[in-house]
Design a protein. Structure first.
Length: 403
């Protein structure tokens, strides 16, 4: 099933009130900090309800105090005492653990940034969706592991999803939602990551510190590795399928190393619409934050005469097997994307910890998909069970590959 954005309720938040109440799930990460950077420039317009983080108590407490948040949540319960100490005397409520993340997402914020990395963001994001919130969605893993279920809930509870991933935000800006049948195809652009031209023998030897250095974007470690394997683009293919009313065959990936065109939509008459901009996540985040209006950002204004040339080519599916794997997973549907996501998370963190090689990431994902039978999922419990089992199987594969 494919539920498009036109069916999602749209509320003119920017026009209805001058003060916007905001919660940021994952405030200490790259997306979270960029969101706060924008808010800081116009603090009077925003009231921060909750900020959450995994383990970085110091950064979370600093943010909570600076933005006068009502609540700060640290996901790792063992750090609750440290957070209480850091927030002593401030009047900010400190909380910890999974239930506190849910509590943060339940607070009546007008706008929730979903920027926790990985499937860990699913539960709090669904909590916000179930109270009909406007959710700025940066976390793509939620949609990959539970897309059908999540979009059903968006519809059922009248929530609004604003795509923040730069490609999906670009498509959101240029897609004719009133006439979706006039769309011929969506082209997701991919920078190709830091190893676009690296030959396969050298790829074997890639170290984590090389893989996290993206040529155009500054991002968290997991998405940087995903960009390096191009799994990121595969995850985005699945993300686009759930967000936009198109068929799987209407989605394509084009390598565009400059990351200036963030995606394109081709219409039946031959017109191609694109969204362009400097590679700065504050542009798509601002689009979500001000939506349906626009706001100033500090992002460098694009000067195409400075850029000079833009390049485009087909992705190399031999050196980046993640692209074929994700395309097949999208075709299969059911539990396959959930397995893919869980397995990729296990493999990426094993690589970052130096346990396995760079090329092992895609191998582990493929092995895991081959070992587990796919089936249809009907509820969130199914998603959890499939996710848990895929992590167990992937961890076995990691053990078999430890260097
Ligand atoms: P990051 O690693 O910089 O930050 C992740 C945030 O999630 C941090 O606040 C961290 O404390 C929190 N977190 C991590 N594990 C957690 C857990 N188990 N429980 C609760 N909180 C946890 O990641 P990022 O680069 O900001 O990316 C966030 C999400 O946005 C990812 O899904 C990514 O794919 C997506 N995204 C990021 C970018 C980007 O430019 N960074 C662009 C597009 C999409
Ligand atoms: Mg992206």
């Amino acid at each position: 099933m494919n539920i498009g954005l036109p069916e999602i309720k749209c509320v003119d938040l920017a026009g209805s009130s001058n003060l916007k109440e905001v919660t940021i799930l994952g405030s200490t990460g790259s997306i979270g900090c960029n969101t706060l950077d924008l808010i800081e420039r116009d603090k009077e317009r925003y009231n921060i309800l909750a900020l959450t983080a995994y383990r970085n108590v110091e950064k979370l407490a600093t943010q909570a105090i600076e933005f006068n948040a009502k609540m700060a949540v640290i996901a790792d319960e063992t750090l609750f005492g440290d957070l209480c100490t850091a927030l002593q005397g401030t009047g900010i409520k400190a909380a910890a653990g999974e239930s506190a993340l849910t509590e943060a997402a339940s607070m009546p914020a007008d706008w929730v940034m979903s920027s926790i990395v990985g499937a860990a963001g699913l539960k709090p994001t669904l909590t916000a969706i179930r109270r009909g919130a406007t959710v700025a969605l940066a976390n793509k893993e939620c949609l990959v592991c539970a897309g059908e279920f999540m979009m059903d809930q968006v519809k059922e509870f009248g929530a609004t999803i604003l795509p923040i991933d730069s490609e999906h935000n670009a498509i959101f800006q240029i897609f004719d939602f009133d006439n979706p049948t006039t769309v011929e195809k969506i082209s997701l652009t991919a920078s190709g990551g830091p190893f676009l031209k690296t030959n396969i023998d050298e790829m074997e030897l890639i170290k984590p510190e090389q893989a996290v250095k993206h040529p155009n974007w500054s991002m968290g470690a997991k998405i940087s590795v995903d960009s390096a394997t191009m799994m990121n683009k595969g995850l985005e293919l699945i993300e686009a399928y759930y967000l936009f009313p198109v068929e799987k065959e209407q989605l394509e990936i084009i390598v565009h190393p400059e990351s200036i065109i963030h995606s394109m939509v081709t219409y039946m008459d031959g017109s191609v619409l694109a969204q362009l901009g400097s590679p700065d996540m504050r542009i798509p985040i601002s689009h979500g934050l001000a939506w349906p209006k626009r706001m100033e950002t500090p992002a460098k204004k694009l000067d195409l005469t400075d850029v000079g040339k833009l390049h485009f080519f087909k992705p190399d599916e031999e050196r980046f097997p993640a692209l074929n794997i994700t395309r097949e997973v999208l075709q299969k549907g059911g539990s396959a994307p959930t397995i893919l996501n869980a397995s990729n998370e296990v493999a990426v963190y094993a690589f970052l910890e130096g346990k396995i090689g760079f090329l092992d990431i895609a191998k582990i994902v493929e092995e895991t998909l081959n070992k587990i039978d796919f089936h249809n999922m009907t509820c969130l419990n199914d998603v959890h069970d499939v996710d848990e089992n895929a992590r167990r199987v992937s961890n076995e594969s990691v053990t078999g590959k430890i260097k």
